[in-house]
Design a protein around this ligand. Structure first.
Ligand SMILES: Cc1cc2nc3c(=O)[nH]c(=O)nc-3n(C[C@H](O)[C@H](O)[C@H](O)COP(=O)(O)O)c2cc1C
Length: 142
């Protein structure tokens, strides 16, 4: 069965509250683990940028569930590709707190303080997510 990586972006709704990040991560880590799906969630005040990796059926199943969640809207798939190995296999759902280093990465990748992932192509979104991944790993080893 093909391994795939899906990257999408979305926008928070009025229903969303900051505490939802912890709630989402808690559920995602349990459910993704059960389906052997890994990935990374990134959040910057208004937008989510998330990647999911796993077998095609499982990634599709989780994505379709996520897409109907009322805490966000306008889900837009930025890239969907068949992969030979996972880049984000360290976490069922990794997350980097909104720290100066995260803001710096957003800035480096978009050259703008108004981070808007809807303008990113798949290659750039993946490069940003991989830098966030590396930053989480650095923080974890400190
Ligand atoms: C931005 C965002 C990302 C999410 N990521 C995941 C995820 O990776 N895995 C997951 O199972 N649920 C994720 N969720 C939560 C799902 O939408 C859903 O609430 C959860 O799977 C529980 O579904 P259930 O109550 O039908 O079991 C996410 C929600 C949002 C808003």
């Amino acid at each position: 069965m093909d391994l795939v990586r899906l990257i999408y972006t979305s926008t928070i709704t009025e229903q969303f509250e900051v505490e939802d990040i912890a709630r989402i991560l808690k559920v995602a880590r349990v459910k993704n683990k059960a389906l052997n799906v890994t990935g990374l969630l990134s959040f910057n005040r208004q937008f989510f940028l998330q990647c999911l990796e796993g077998t095609r059926q499982e990634v599709n199943q989780i994505y379709h569930k996520i897409a109907t969640d009322p805490r966000h809207k306008k889900p837009e798939i930025i890239s969907y590709e068949v992969i030979s190995y996972k880049e984000f296999d360290s976490w069922n759902m990794g997350y980097l707190q909104n720290t100066a280093s995260l803001r710096e990465l957003f800035y480096q990748h978009t050259k703008s303080i108004n981070f808007d992932p809807y303008n990113m192509n798949g290659e750039r979104a993946l490069a940003l997510l991989m830098d966030i991944r590396d930053e989480i790993k650095r923080a974890e080893t400190q």
